[in-house]
Design a protein around this ligand. Structure first.
Ligand code: SF4
Ligand code: SF4
Length: 359
């Protein structure tokens, strides 16, 4: 099912429920940890230099891209994050003299859809604001990818044995060490500001208040999807720089509404998710068996070929040895015959001489 459709269904179910007056929120609303951190992206300051991408790549030990970070021709195409790039910058021509640039990464939702969709709890909203991921418990169902309204989590499809979900984790470990996230540290234009979320919102409001002609009056992420730990201010409408109107209802609220609306689904949910898990495990088992079988066949085939080559080489060696022996024997026989002939010839000459002397 397509991500948008899935969310649409969830949303629709939630809405119909609210209308019928039967809607009940999950009962445990959560609006972020007090004092948690956030990052403000200011689209009026970003120059599209890609230094933030390079900073992210460096601190996360990610592979260098095909085109170097100072090659800005990549901005001519709309890109999205992938398992090797947790953050990217896109360029938007909005009919102004200059284009507008926008950075894209995980928004670290206060109530993350990825976490509420993950039945093994591989995702976790941390007290510092990061949404982290634990690969050791992940079963690879990729449900988080379907659930995320911002299309952030990506999967290591190229990893045959231990594929992981990959996404920005807001430099969780660096934050614990008191360091800035890699992208924030790298930005030369202060387009990224890091701090506690309440202060960041105040900074954003102040910029809008003191520069009314420069900014539109909206802080994206303050309420979107129940609030996020990445916040955005811009001089143009957010849909012009590729940011969707995702509503202000948090993911768990949407999910709770949808599930409560169809009681049978509530019972089936764990079965369904368990089923997905079992199917994935079975696929992995079959893939492992197939791999083992392929290796066995390859080894047998190689051994057979090696044996055939060995026996051909032995036959050739035997034939050549036999030829050498035959040649030696023939040579010895020829020499013996020749010696015999010489001897016979010598004896003939001696008897002629004897006869001549006798006459
Ligand atoms: S943006 Fe997507 S991946 Fe990031 S926390 Fe929100 S739901 Fe999860
Ligand atoms: S480093 Fe700063 S100015 Fe450069 S692209 Fe990233 S956010 Fe924009």
């Amino acid at each position: 099912m397509q991500r948008r459709r899935f969310l649409g269904l969830m949303g629709a179910a939630g809405v119909s429920l609210a209308a019928s007056g039967k809607a009940k929120a999950a009962g445990k609303e959560f609006h972020g940890y007090p004092g948690s951190n956030a990052v403000l992206f200011d689209a009026t300051r970003c120059i599209g230099c890609r230094e933030c991408e390079a900073g992210c790549q460096k601190v996360n030990d990610l592979p260098m891209p095909e085109k170097p970070f100072d090659d800005l021709t990549v901005l001519d195409q709309k890109r999205r994050t992938n398992s090797d790039n947790f953050t990217i910058v896109n360029k938007y021509d909005v009919g102004r003299e200059k284009p507008v640039f926008r950075k894209f990464q995980c928004n670290h939702c206060l109530e993350p859809a990825c976490a509420s969709a993950c039945f093994v709890r591989a995702f976790k909203k941390e007290p510092n604001g990061s949404v982290t991921y634990d690969a050791s418990v992940c079963v690879g169902c990729r449900y988080c990818m379907i659930a995320c309204p911002f299309e952030v989590p990506t999967y290591e499809y190229h990893e045959a044995l231990t594929p992981r979900i990959r996404k920005c984790h807001m430099c969780y470990e660096r934050q614990l060490e008191g360091k800035l996230p890699g992208c924030v540290q790298a930005c030369p234009k202060e387009a990224l500001t890091f701090g506690d979320r309440d202060t960041i919102i105040k900074i954003a409001r102040e910029r809008i208040r003191t520069n009314p002609g420069k900014y539109i009056d909206h802080i994206y992420g303050e309420h979107e999807m129940g609030g996020t730990s990445w916040l955005y201010v811009s001089g143009v409408q957010f849909d012009q720089i590729g940011m969707r109107d995702v509503g202000t209802t948090s993911a768990p609220e949407l999910t709770a509404g949808a599930l409560a609306a169809v009681p049978v689904v509530v019972g089936l949910w764990p079965v369904l998710l368990g089923g997905i898990w079992a199917v994935n495990k079975r696929k992995e088992k079959i893939a492992a068996q197939e791999r083992e079988e392929a290796v066995k066949n390859a080894v047998a085939e190689t051994q057979e070929k090696a044996q055939q080559k060995m026996s051909e080489a032995l036959t050739k060696a035997e034939e050549s040895a036999q030829r050498r022996i035959d040649n030696e024997v023939k040579k010895a026989v020829d020499e013996a015959l020749k010696a015999k002939e010489e001897e016979a010839k010598g004896e003939g000459e001696d008897s002629k001489q004897d006869e001549g002397e006798g006459a």
